[in-house]
Write a protein that binds this ligand. Sequence first.
Ligand code: UGA
Length: 442
Amino acid sequence: MNLTVFGIGYVGLVQAAVLAEVGHDVVCVDIDADKVKRLNQGIIPIYEPGLEGLVRENHAAGRIRFTMDAAAAVKHGRILMSAVGTPPGDDGSADLQYVLAVAEIIGREMDGPKIVVSKSTVPVGTCDRIASRIAEILKERAREDLAFDVVSNPEFLKEGSAVADCMKPDRIIVGTSSQEAEKVIRELYAPFNRNHERMIVMDVRSAEFTKYAANCMLATKISFMNEMSSLAERLDADVEEVRRGIGSDPRIGYDFIYPGLGYGGSCFPKDVRALIKTAEGVSFDARMLKAVEERNNEQKSVLFDKVNRYFKGDLEGKTFALWGLAFKPNTDDMREAPSRVLMEALWQAGAAVQAFDPEAMQECQNIYGQRDDLLLCGTKEAALRGADALLIATEWKVFRAPSFDMMREALKTPVVFDGRNLYDPKIMARYGLEYHSIGRKA
Ligand code: UGA
């Protein structure tokens, strides 16, 4: 099936590559000339496990192409999938300029029946706006004979496991009331919907809302658990025991109840804020979502507060080893990463940071550039050397079983502040390391 994907970002590229892999003929279009050129040379703009091979193989096989020629791209696809960004505007609401620009091009260039699929996370009502814009342009062109549908089909992939999530989706949400559109979308996703029915078809607005509700629910679980962790510390309980205790209830489940340094990334923070804004737009005060966000912002400072207390507010001239910069493992993404809040607070207090991350070193360099109080180290061991304490901000696998003897010897003070609860406090004590983690006794 011929498919066009607008926007070669995270969602667009992964989805396009996976659809090409099962045999569809995919054209990807983007306004970024450099990105298009590099992709045609097999250079992938993001780090995502499994993506590079997938893109290269399908590109070599001619099943996926990258172009800036939007007019030709509109003509190519029976399905036109929009996966362009919806960055937050100044007030936190989603900025729809790119989404509407795609609608504009489609309206101008389409010359046959099309199914427009909205993959981006867009506020409820956006698909209706896309449809109105296309209809307006077709009217101007006196081509109202051209049929089209706008379908909401939000993406649920996670950074770090995006390819696997796309290959084996746990649900495919399709928002449409058109039988024809449903039929075509079923054919598109048939390879992913073979063994059991994963497609959930609903009206357009509910599909758009489902995406926000899902992310906000997950963000709520995290903020709730972070709140429990702060309480556990004050009640002399261990939040890790509590997590296991409540997760065993299938109604609660074990997923997304890990306390930590707060959620980051490009999705949860943005989507929680956008839904708060959407609620305001319909004169509804989303108090629970506001609390989720507030709790998350506070959580990002928890590790710094512990460090600051430990050193009695005197961080000037101290050096801290930092393990983990990415907002979560298996990505180089540092958007809204807790590590940033931590580093910036340390710098503000006059301390320096020696950091290591398996993937996000370049990203960190891009964000902060060259500065005297930031040393990017080649290994996790190098980051420890001579540091006053070790701080952990991301739960990368390579941090899970370090040599604790080496850790103790390399640090100036044998103290570890772990924002991800990676270690057993008893083991740390055995190795002579003072261990502070989240929601557990020191
Ligand atoms: C999230 C959702 O999980 C995806 O389903 C969704 O498609 C995506 O947003 C999106 O809207 O595009 P992602 O942002 O890649 O995916 O990352 P997650 O794995 O969900 O992690 C988000 C944050 O929550 C991370 O900072 C992570 O450290 C934190 N987290 C997660 C916790 O603090 N505790 C947990 O128990 C789980």
